[in-house]
Ligand binder design. Structure first.
Ligand SMILES: [Zn+2]
Length: 228
């Protein structure tokens, strides 16, 4: 496929997910809203399957991973701890998530490359990093570093990588919730949710993607409680 066609397809995917996201957001907590959330999961499952088949020319992993993602449309499945383990690790294998994981890997590389400066001089102590691993969902957690959350925020998620400001470890489960949403609904959902939270909502925690991610941290009785 030539780069021009690929750009058009990526743009169409963003528009498609953008429309579904806006409708899911508009009708959240209503039965109609659930159709649009399911639409985003189904679209992501199908596109992951098509891409895996196109890359590997093997239908077994394509169908298997596509089905795993599609199961996330059911709240009964998406709230299970076993499902979090599968979808968290499988996120590495999902082409629709690779853009975000690649950015996360680049950010980790930049932060690690600059970290020694932080140990050479007190002036640059903000560059010091602490890296650890959360095995349940395969999440790498980086605290501190040159690339960090915007001033109004304490952390952010880039797929299987979470970046926290020092002292903000309490945010970890919320950020892992974003990883689960990425695996289920893809990079376009992740980026549109980020734009919604940072630029559109007056209160960032009222963004649709925020409600879904935060349910991994603080489950509620609402249908927005996707992850627990
Ligand atoms: Zn968030």
């Amino acid at each position: 496929m030539n780069p021009g066609n690929l750009c058009v397809l990526v743009l169409l995917n963003f528009v498609h997910v953008g429309v579904l996201y806006a409708l899911a957001s508009r009708f959240q907590q209503q039965a109609r809203g659930e159709w649009f959330r399911g639409g985003m999961v189904g679209l992501n499952a199908g596109l992951n399957g098509l891409l895996i088949e196109a890359i590997l020319r093997q239908w077994v992993p394509a169908v298997g991973l596509s089905l795993l993602v599609a199961l996330g449309a059911s709240l009964y499945v998406s709230r299970s701890s076993l499902y979090h383990r599968f979808i968290g690790w499988a996120n590495w294998l999902l082409p629709m998530s690779w853009l975000i994981n690649a950015l996360g890997l680049i950010f980790v590389g930049i932060n690690l490359a600059l970290a020694p400066l932080g140990y050479c001089s007190e002036r640059f102590r903000a560059l010091r990093v602490y890296l650890r691993f959360e095995p349940h969902t395969c999440t790498f957690i980086m605290t501190g570093g040159a690339i960090r959350a915007l001033p109004a925020f304490k952390g952010f998620n880039m797929g299987n990588f979470v970046f926290l400001k020092p002292g903000s470890e309490y945010l970890l489960r919320h950020e892992i919730g974003h990883l689960l949403s990425l695996a289920a609904m893809g990079a376009a959902f992740h980026l549109i949710g980020g734009i919604d939270e940072s630029l559109i909502q007056l209160r960032y925690w009222e963004a649709y993607a925020e409600y879904l991610a935060d349910s991994y941290n603080q489950p509620t009785r609402s249908v927005l409680s996707m992850w627990r």
